[in-house]
Design a protein around this ligand. Structure first.
Ligand code: IPM
Ligand code: MG
Length: 381
């Protein structure tokens, strides 16, 4: 039928996408020097509850921060700012993944602790996470996974602003015939995530970084990712860089004979998304892993799980596990230089989650509630 019309429309659409991506690449080149989070006199922490079980776990995270940062809150070194409006109801009413006033409030903070946000299926509304990662240019998604008794100490550096995600809501469609989405990888975007991963490795005495792609298939984008990561690796003589394909790496993570040998991973966005859920499951479930979204000017810390609408429907919301958001809070404190507070929280979490296990959240009524677990962790601070 009217293929010519679709080709014309798609060509114009692609031209606009390419221009926007070239502009983004240009902006990256001309970016302002990074903010020094460690030298701020006052640090404003924005708290966004989000949807579903989000407000429930955030209530507990706030209580935890109030206890842990009691002195800093009194002296004014730290300010906690509640940010309302990042709810699915408000976002749908405004027709925006992150309404302008909410974004402005978020930008008035230095760092954000964020609960999960629901993304409507279908339609064109982007995920709020993806919007925030883009708007705040949070290019490194940092996800630690540890299983001490197995010697597993993994750190994932997932590229967070490119790949399939950046254009995932801008594909083209010829109705009833075909659909196409786009993936984009830039040189500067890859260089900055590679550098973040290798800097982490260097600062933490790690000796190897796995570069994980599917460069045998996605030759341009993943090919570039691998090439640039290897170039950056050459600047870190004590650290071995190894190329892996994502399929075999997902197998490696369930191979108990070899998995503890991996240390740091650097990956494009979508592979990083998938493999960090797998890794979190190995640690004890996606409810147990924290996630940091780091940029040069803002940083956002979040639970890696979703808003769990089924828990709400089944009346189990009070049984949501807050440990993922607690771990995110720990990463936040570390990022802003409150290291001893972060260590204190890490110790309490290790005690409550790994050692004592006196209070266990199962997500069901046979376990403890979110609040009971939080009381237990707070009592150890
Ligand atoms: C994550 C989540 C998000 C992602 C969703 C909620 C958009 O799965 O942080 O891993 O895909 O990045
Ligand atoms: Mg994910």
């Amino acid at each position: 039928m009217n293929n010519e019309k679709y080709i014309r429309e798609a060509t114009a659409h692609f031209e606009a996408l390419l221009k926007a991506q070239l502009n983004r690449a240009e902006r990256m080149k001309n970016a302002a020097p990074p903010k020094d989070f460690l030298s701020l006199d006052t640090i404003t922490i924005g708290l966004c509850g989000g949807d579903g079980i989000g407000p429930i776990i955030m209530t507990e995270a706030r209580r935890l921060l109030e206890k842990l940062l009691a002195d800093e809150l009194v002296s004014g070194k730290v300010v906690l700012k509640d940010i309302e409006g990042l709810t699915i109801e408000n976002r749908l009413a405004c027709g925006k993944a992150v309404p302008d006033d909410v974004l402005a409030e978020i930008k008035s903070c230095d760092v954000i602790l964020k609960g999960p946000t629901t993304t409507p299926k279908g339609g064109t509304m982007e995920s709020a996470n993806v919007t925030l990662r883009r708007e705040l240019d949070l290019y490194a998604n940092v996800r630690p996974v540890t299983v001490p008794e197995e010697g597993i100490d993994w750190m994932f550096y997932r590229e967070n602003t490119e790949g399939e995600y950046v254009l995932g809501s801008s594909g083209i469609e010829v109705p009833d015939v075909l659909s196409m989405d786009f993936k984009v990888t830039t040189d500067d975007g890859t260089r900055r995530i590679a550098r973040a991963a290798f800097e982490y490795a260097k600062a933490n005495g790690k000796t190897s970084v796995a570069i994980v792609t599917k460069a045998n298939i996605m030759k341009k984008t993943d090919g570039k990712f691998s090439k640039i990561c290897n170039e950056v690796a050459a600047e870190y003589p004590g650290i071995t860089a190894e190329d892996w394909y994502i399929d075999i790496m997902t197998a490696n993570l369930v191979n108990k004979a070899i998995r503890s040998q991996f240390q740091v991973f650097v990956l494009p966005n979508l592979y990083g998304d998938i493999i960090t859920d797998e890794a979190a499951e190995i640690q004890g479930g996606v409810g147990t892993a924290g996630s940091a979204n780091i940029g040069d000017h803002y940083a956002m810390f979040e639970a890696i799980h979703g808003s769990a609408p089924r828990m709400i429907e089944d009346g189990l919301a009070d049984y949501a596990n807050p440990s993922s958001i607690f771990k995110a809070a720990e990463m936040l404190l570390r990022h802003i230089g409150l290291t001893s507070k972060a260590d204190k929280l890490a110790e309490a979490l290790a005690l409550c989650c790994d050692k004592e296990k006196k209070v266990v959240v199962t997500g069901f009524k046979d376990g403890n509630t979110c609040k009971e677990f939080a009381d237990y962790v707070i009592s150890k601070l």
